[in-house]
Design a protein around this ligand. Structure first.
Ligand code: AGP
Length: 613
């Protein structure tokens, strides 16, 4: 997820671009850049680091006579590590076209190969730069930017919001949108473009939204919108009433709620480019994960902290059941100080959203020194853990701002599901195409579920937000989900919440049951006998007058009778249970913390990334 801005009009172009980028920094902040005109030539300034570092660079160079149109970009790297060369804007060979992009071009490698064969020279390892050279190539047989731009974009597969300016037609900004947001701000004799509304609000509250597959040509006086076939279409102007602070959160009161609700989109991005839709095969080769990595693997260690550790626990259930390789899941802070049995037949998987967690990094280095192969699952490109791994699978969740991890967790689980299906195919030649189809349908199904269940959870939270203690109980692949639900509640509402294996209740914790200690119990019919066993645990709680908040399969009649609160979850595949059952627990924690007036995005004592022991 990156932030793009564009401006055309009479104002000082650089301050407009920087102001817009500052308001989009939550969308990405590993590098930034701007492009504008001086006289009739394009001038680029790019910098690795935060927006303020780009500002310092601009101040150093003090470009005289900078004028619009101009583009700006703040990057969240998906392809190509954070660096000045990989920062946007990117240009073509002639340096007379410049563009910024947000999204993932799935077919960029093929396009880049074809363009190189035609003599194009590339200066970055990004997918974005391919678009600039593709427009340049099409300009060879088109006499205007619009046709060349439209033709080039029609060759792209994946998600993109692209803005392009050109020395050939300096009075226009060319825009294209597919699956990545872009909004046009309408002014008087000036117009603005941005990935998101906050960047526009200092200048205008009148906006136009582009839909997937649409294009726009933005000049000072007008905005022309075209459909995917190039037909001109009318687009209404919307008046935005949000204040800037809530706009940065997409209208949500907290980043955490925004990130919970954007999990369907995040999962789409995690899947993007990893499934061949024609053959229904999973393809990790582009990311350097080759089947040879698994040839000698006799044991897998999954090592992580906090929420990422819970994702690792899910992986154990998936891989041992369906792949047959022993998986040991360990807290990094324990792993690093014990004597794990590791050799060259061990695969060590580090799971880390930030890629900077000190304990996880220490565990990785210990395993590497003992000869293990290192695979990491990270969300931040170029992070330390990513750089020290043999292979990295990125979750592509976009920046996770809230300290409480939500979309990072679900996208980590998605990566593990992809990995387990990939290994089932690799080792047993199993036909997993139906499982892959279920995976591809998950984002839409999850979106509907979130929309349906949010009001119910809001009501349930009102009845329970004053409790002092809570238990979260689950079994099998939902046991890590019980732990994760408890972690969410405790870290943002400060209620003491304890996750436990439901089968363990009789070995002690059941002594805690009393009327003001609710038990949140997760149980899915898809787990067969496990569901029945969990039902028995719920009855044990009820028989001791303990309240039960049941998060269970749709139509679970048995729980309807005994539960004090019921949250029904749509039926899905076994692999996807963690995704569908963690979301109601994330929402429950959020709503309770909101009612308690907690600082949800920045809970006390916590940091987003624990880079010290
Ligand atoms: C999760 O909500 C917490 N913020 C915390 O447990 C976090 O998951 C843990 O610190 C690991 O962080 P990482 O994924 O960046 O390594």
């Amino acid at each position: 997820m990156c932030g793009i801005v564009g401006y055309i009009g009479e104002r000082e172009v650089i301050p407009v671009l920087i102001e817009g980028l500052r308001r989009l920094e939550y969308r990405g902040y590993d590098s930034a850049g701007v492009v504008f005109f001086i006289d009739s030539r394009l001038e680029l300034i790019k910098k690795k680091g935060r927006i303020f570092e780009l500002e310092e660079e601009i101040f150093k160079r003090l470009p005289k006579g900078a004028k619009a149109p101009g583009l700006g970009h703040t990057r969240w790297a998906t392809h190509g590590e954070p660096s000045e060369a990989n920062a946007h804007p990117h240009t073509d060979c002639t340096k007379t076209l410049a563009l910024v992009h947000n999204g993932i071009i799935e077919n960029y490698q093929q396009l880049k190969k074809e363009l190189k064969e035609k003599g194009h020279e590339f200066s970055s390892s990004t997918d974005t730069e391919v678009i600039a050279h593709l427009v340049e190539e099409h300009l060879k047989n088109k006499d205007n930017i619009k046709d060349a731009f439209f033709s080039a974009v029609s060759e792209l597969k994946g998600a993109y919001a692209v803005c392009l300016i050109s020395e050939k037609e300096p009075d226009k900004i060319f825009v294209a949108r597919n699956q990545s947001p872009v909004v046009i701000g309408v002014g008087e004799g000036e117009n603005f473009i941005a990935s998101d509304i906050p960047a526009l609000l200092p200048f205008t509250r009148r906006v136009m939204f582009l839909n997937d597959g649409e294009f726009a040509i933005v000049s000072r006086e007008k905005v022309e919108v075209f459909d995917s076939k190039g037909n001109k279409i009318e687009r209404e102007i919307t008046e935005i009433s949000w204040d800037i602070a809530s706009a940065e959160k997409g209208g949500y009161p907290h980043f955490m709620l925004k990130e919970i609700c954007e999990q369907p989109d995040a999962i789409k991005h995690t899947l993007l480019g990893r499934i061949n839709l024609d053959t229904m095969e999973i393809d990790f080769e582009k990311e350097g994960l080759l089947k040879e990595l698994f040839e000698r693997v006799k044991k897998i260690f999954v090592v992580a902290c906090g929420t990422s550790y819970h994702a690792g626990m899910v992986a154990k259930y998936l891989i041992e059941k369906d792949v047959g390789i022993p998986v040991e899941v360990d807290l990094a802070s324990e792993f690093r100080y014990r004597s794990p049995l590791i050799d060259e037949n061990t695969l060590f998987i580090a799971v880390s959203q930030s890629g900077e967690t000190a304990d996880t990094l220490a565990g990785l280095r210990l395993a590497k020194n003992k000869g293990a192969k290192i695979l990491s699952i990270c969300n931040v490109l170029g992070s330390t853990i990513a750089r020290e791994s043999d292979v990295v699978l990125y979750t592509q969740a976009g920046p996770e701002i809230s300290v409480a991890s939500t979309k990072a967790f679900t996208t980590q689980v998605i990566v593990f599901i992809l990995l387990s299906l990939y290994l089932r195919r690799l080792f047993f030649n199993e036909d997993v195409s139906q499982k892959i189809k279920t995976l591809l349908d998950a984002p839409t199904k999850l979106q509907s579920f979130i929309e349906r269940v949010r009001p119910d959870i809001n009501e349930i939270a009102k009845r329970w937000y004053t409790v002092k203690n809570a238990l979260y109980l689950g079994r099998n692949i939902l046991y890590p989900i019980a732990l994760e639900g408890a972690l969410k509640l405790k870290e943002i509402s400060y209620i003491h919440a304890e996750g436990y294996a439901a089968g363990e209740m009789k070995h002690g914790p059941i002594a805690l049951i009393e009327e003001n200690v609710p038990s949140v119990i997760v149980a899915a019919k898809e787990t067969g006998i496990i569901y029945e066993k969990t039902l028995s645990n719920a009855e044990e709680v009820k028989s001791r007058r303990g309240p039960v908040i049941a998060v269970v399969s749709e139509g679970a009649e048995e729980f309807k009778r005994l539960a004090d609160e019921l949250i029904e979850v749509p039926l899905t595949s076994y692999e996807l249970l963690p995704i569908f059952y963690v979301v109601p627990l994330q929402l429950l924690a959020y709503e309770i913390a909101a009612l308690r007036g907690c600082d949800i995005d920045k809970p006390r004592n916590l940091a987003k990334s624990v880079t010290v022991e």
